[in-house]
Design a protein around this ligand. Structure first.
Ligand code: NAP
Length: 468
């Protein structure tokens, strides 16, 4: 009986339950004529990846995309196996034995390095880890941040840097009405932060943040966004690009930045200072950061025509005890799965993994999302990306490359339970989701996230014992 026929389901493991994983599941399960069973794994007990642990707490509308994923999870051929880590509880080899195909949708969970002296002095933090912390990711619950100073510096000019800057200056009473982790709301409320300096290594025309995110802070009456007019005078390279290569985001950003420069300092209590053509040279301090030395940059045209930044001799000290490095995410290798250390991605061709040594196809092994294309794009970018991967998988199925016997689903379920007694199902998540929303309702927030795995497990135990 061919795999994918009514009596012989195509069994696919999807590793990672963020947007990329869910779009892959949706595309697979909606395919007419192929009998598919999808088992989705996640190392944390809750689903949705960066929709839950990355998207800013004040961006609830973006998070509502989870409803689409819930519809996918409601399919009877879908199983969620949360709190199961591939590479720890179950190996890549296990997955290859128990499934016809494995799709890695694990994202890019590490952060990039600046490569400057004293980068890791206490007081200097990874931006992605901070985001996970304020979003109540159980992986980052135990970190602490010192908000006792009045100024923080955020290195980077992307949307993550913008999210972090905004979270640091929004009034805590406003944060309390979001689903920001309660430990983060409390820490920010008890702190004294008033000013965030954002450092962009290139110019305003090369900023990676998008106009919507810039406008969001620019339009607030209670926060000043300070831009120096001289920073908006474009160098000849940027001017040339602006004339030759249309780019709506760039032009909108420049227009908003122009308005901000003209508006100047309104003397508000909280502010974001946007600096451009400025790179960190070194962090200062002995046992804790007390400042950041920065250099003025100039732009030059590098390989393939991109404008790159290089430091001039102009230096400056910015006193601060708190630095966030928000310069991008980076993929992490999974034992047994091909990995390209230069791009920090799984090497693929149309979503199918390829042998890094000779480029030959690795049938049955696929990738989608950031671990396939690198950490770029918005949530919606993952939809066509996942469709490409799934189409390749189905093509391999039709060509007979996935034709082999695998154990029944219940055998896999037993193995997983043996390896990780505290795994979570979709029903478990629905139960926790209900508790979180109920707790939120009591304080006027969309939800209060449960940040500790032990607490999640206790809630589930109490339910099973009829306690709650
Ligand atoms: P990103 O968009 O790639 O931005 C990274 C920033 O870090 C860039 O400004 C980059 O400058 C800078 N950078 C890199 N290396 C640096 C270095 N050594 N020194 C100084 N600066 C350095 O990455 P991201 O902000 O982490 O965001 C990841 C993806 O998620 C993006 O596609 C983003 O749009 C998306 N996202 C979207 C939202 C939203 O829609 N609201 C929110 C968060 C994230 P260069 O440009 O010079 O390289």
């Amino acid at each position: 009986m061919p795999v994918g026929s009514p009596l012989s389901p195509l069994r696919v493991a999807i590793v990672g339950s963020g947007p990329a994983g869910f779009y892959a599941a949706e595309h697979l399960l909606s395919h007419e004529g192929v009998n598919v069973q999808v088992d989705m794994f996640d190392r944390v007990p809750t689903p949705f990846g960066l929709v839950r642990a990355g998207v800013a707490p004040d961006h609830q509308k973006i998070k509502s995309v989870a409803r689409v994923y819930e519809a996918t999870a409601a399919n009877e051929r879908f199983r969620f196996r949360g709190h199961v880590e591939v590479g720890r509880h179950i190996s890549h080899q296990d997955l290859m034995e128990y499934f016809h195909a494995v799709i890695y949708a694990v994202g890019a969970s590490a952060d990039r390095r600046l490569g400057i002296p004293h980068e890791y002095l206490p007081g200097s933090h990874s931006g992605p880890e901070f985001v996970a912390w304020y979003n109540a990711s159980p992986l980052d619950r135990s970190r602490t941040y010192d908000f006792s100073g009045s100024r923080a510096v955020v290195v980077g000019n992307g949307n993550v840097a913008m999210d972090i800057a905004r979270m640091l200056v929004l009034p805590p009473e406003e944060l309390a009405r979001t689903d920001m982790a309660r430990h983060a709301v409390a820490a920010l409320r008890n702190g004294n932060l008033r000013e965030v300096v954002m450092l962009g290594r290139r110019g305003p025309a090369q900023a990676a943040f998008t106009p919507k995110e810039l406008r969001e802070v620019a339009e607030r009456d209670d926060i000043d966004v300070i831009v120096r007019p001289e920073d908006l005078v474009l160098d000849p390279h940027s001017l040339h690009d602006a004339e030759q290569h249309p780019d709506r985001n760039r032009d909108k950003n420049l227009a908003i930045l122009g308005e901000l420069a003209a508006r100047g300092d309104r003397g508000r209590d909280r502010r974001i200072i946007m600096r451009f053509l400025t790179s960190p040279v070194a962090l200062q301090g002995t046992d804790h950061v007390d400042g950041i030395e920065v250099a003025r940059n100039e732009l030059y045209r590098g390989d393939r025509g991109t404008l790159r930044a290089r430091m001039t001799d102009e230096r400056e000290m910015v006193p601060t005890g708190l630095v966030f490095r928000a310069i991008g995410y980076q993929g992490v290798p999974i034992p047994g799965v091909p990995f390209n250390p230069v791009t920090s991605t799984i090497p693929t061709e149309a979503g199918r993994a390829i042998n890094p040594l000779d480029g030959s196809p690795m049938y049955g092994e696929y990738a989608t999302g950031w671990i396939k294309r690198g950490p770029t794009g918005i949530i919606g970018t993952n939809k066509p990306d996942a469709q490409e991967t799934v189409e390749t998988l189905l093509q391999d199925l039709r060509a007979g490359h996935l034709e082999r016997d695998v154990p029944a689903r219940r055998v896999l379920a037993r193995l997983v339970r043996e390896r990780q007694g505290e795994l979570t199902s979709w029903e478990d998540w629905r139960y926790l989701d209900g508790i979180e929303q109920q707790m939120g309702e009591e304080v006027g927030a969309p939800r209060i996230k449960v940040a500790r795995v032990e607490t999640m497990m206790r809630f589930l135990r109490e339910r099973d014992e009829g306690g709650i």
